[in-house]
Design a protein around this ligand. Structure first.
Ligand code: GCU
Length: 430
């Protein structure tokens, strides 16, 4: 039996090598802290010429641009540079949604003059009692806007959705059964009761989450990619980030939302996206990453749980092609993800983990936030107080926020409770 397993493993490695694929699937993920390789993180406050960065001006004018460009070149790729004239059309408006607590709109944003062209639907909640523009959370969702609440009046997304037999989806079309399917992840009632707006968009409106060679979604706005894309051309995370910025463009002229106080939020792959959107668009006033893991808040060099090789293999369309150079070679990356967090500075940033989400490396997520501290201090802000992680369900909030919640990979009302508290501290008008 043992001999048979060994032969199978050798055969698998042989086939991977012969086919040019790295045998990453043959490797077990590491969950043992003692097996984390020794590593040295790139120094945030030394620029590429070796000069120290000692003032906020030097960070903003010089070092920040370097770090951003390194992430474009080696991790996410550049954002699309499509020049678009945004048009909007109100699809629906309900003054008394969520048991009368929320004013709710569905707003279609068209990227071209063609109503059948690429477009995204914003689902916008604001407190029904609001008398002026409110601060808001903006985040992408996984299943379509109809998944936020079970209200039958919400438009069911017509974009591509993943086959999900549990929800009765067989053919990439969302069904009635998807209504409200993601409601536990969006504490709409808590958000509006606390005086905030919530704006969400189905991520598949922007770029359907499968590897189609960058043709569908907003990619149809550009030239079709022939052959391999350029090494630093953006992947889907850059496309989703671009969509979030276009939503913020639209919110600039929305009378119900204060666009200067919008927190960009995301969970998991969409938490990687919220960090990248916050880095590339400094108009976002706050950045929140929920269980974002590898390629998000977690330090790549720890190679704990999901690794660079693993994520590039499973999701070849998320990052830029250059990122593959660091498969099983994280030490050569000119950045690590504490630098992604630092790109949010001096704006408040929140990182959240979950105990049972070891795949996302909670400790690596915390350490990124901790190691972003010197940039916050440069601005006179306060980072995490200790290199030791706080206890489970013991949030720590300064100018940055962190908690590790009990339970699994998810977004819960507990998470939202902390985000609202953090926003109360940093986004409420003085
Ligand atoms: C997978 C993937 C993660 C990602 C997650 C998600 O687990 O490996 O990197 O964060 O999906 O987005 O749900």
């Amino acid at each position: 039996m043992i001999g048979c397993q060994r032969v199978c493993l050798l055969l698998c490695v042989y086939l991977c090598v012969m086919s040019g694929l790295e045998p990453v699937m043959a490797q077990e993920a590491n969950y043992d802290e003692a097996q984390v390789p020794a590593y040295t993180l790139p120094d945030l406050l030394t620029d590429l010429s070796g000069a120290p960065v000692t003032t906020p001006q030097q960070w903003q004018q010089r070092r920040r641009a370097e770090v951003l460009s390194l992430f474009e070149q080696h991790v996410f790729g550049r954002l699309p540079n499509f020049q678009v004239q945004l048009r909007t059309k109100l699809r629906s408006e309900v003054p008394d949604a969520v048991g009368g607590l929320a004013h709710r709109r569905e707003l279609t944003v068209y990227f071209t003059a063609d109503d059948a062209g690429p477009q995204m639907d914003l689902l916008i909640y604001t407190p029904a009692a609001a008398t002026g523009p409110v601060p808001a959370f903006l985040g992408l969702n996984f299943n379509g806007n109809q998944a936020i609440e079970s209200d039958p009046r919400l438009h069911i997304t017509e974009s591509w959705v993943r086959n999900n037999r549990e929800l009765g989806i067989e053919d990439n079309r969302a069904t009635e059964a998807t209504r409200g399917s993601e409601s536990s992840r969006w504490s709409v009632e808590r958000i509006v009761r606390s005086g905030y707006g919530l704006v969400t968009i189905y991520y598949g409106d922007i770029d359907p989450d499968f590897d189609d060679g960058f043709r569908n979604g907003i990619h149809s706005l550009g030239e079709p990619v022939s052959g391999e894309r350029a090494g630093d051309a953006g992947g889907s995370i850059s496309a989703w980030s671009w969509g979030l910025s276009r939503a913020l463009d639209v919110l600039q002229s929305d009378a119900r939302i204060d666009a200067s106080r919008v927190a960009v939020f995301g969970h998991s792959r969409l938490g990687k996206t919220s960090l990248w959107a916050g880095a590339t668009d400094q108009r976002f006033a706050m950045v929140i990453s929920n269980n974002s893991g590898c390629g998000g808040a977690a330090l790549s060099r720890r190679a704990f749980g999901e690794t660079v090789a693993r994520i590039n293999k499973s999701f070849p369309h998320w990052f830029c092609l250059n990122h593959r150079k660091y498969n099983n070679n994280e030490g050569a990356l000119p950045v690590d993800h504490h630098m992604l967090i630092a790109l949010a500075a001096p704006r408040p940033v929140y990182v959240a983990s979950a105990v049972e989400d070891q795949w996302a490396d909670p400790r690596g997520e915390y350490l990124s936030l901790w190691h972003a501290g010197p940039v916050y201090r440069l601005f006179g802000r306060v980072g995490m107080p200790s290199e030791q992680m706080p206890g489970v369900d013991v949030p720590v909030q300064t100018d940055v926020g962190y908690h590790i919640r009990s339970g699994k990979h998810d977004v819960t009302d507990y998470d939202w409770q902390q985000y609202v508290k953090f926003a109360d501290r940093h986004l409420k008008a003085e």
